[in-house]
Write a protein of this length. Structure first.
Length: 95
């Protein structure tokens, strides 16, 4: 149960961060630990920039920022849907 709250909090933080950057111009993201420690761009770096570009309907800029966004963006809602469905099934089975 605790892990679900953590997942939900992380997803909400990411969504809030992307939407605030896209529409308000305010960014409050966490710096990449991988890049900070190793001074190398990690595979996830640029996903927020790519998500903001997609929110502005600019797929070219999104691809330039991080091509992985075209895998993550469609997979995230599917993951969230399956997570909620599984949680609902667990609760119904517990009754």
């Amino acid at each position: 149960m605790r892990a679900r709250w953590i997942e939900t909090a992380v997803i909400l933080f990411i969504l809030t961060s992307v939407l605030s950057k896209a529409y308000l111009g305010v960014g409050f993201t966490i710096p990449c630990v991988f890049t900070t420690l190793l001074d190398v761009r990690c595979p996830g770096c640029g996903l927020t920039t790519a998500a903001v570009a997609l929110a502005h309907l600019d797929p070219v800029t999104a691809f330039d920022a991080n091509p992985l966004i075209f895998v993550v963006a469609p997979a995230l809602p599917v993951y969230v849907w399956f997570s909620f469905r599984d949680e609902r099934r667990r609760r119904e089975a517990a009754r």
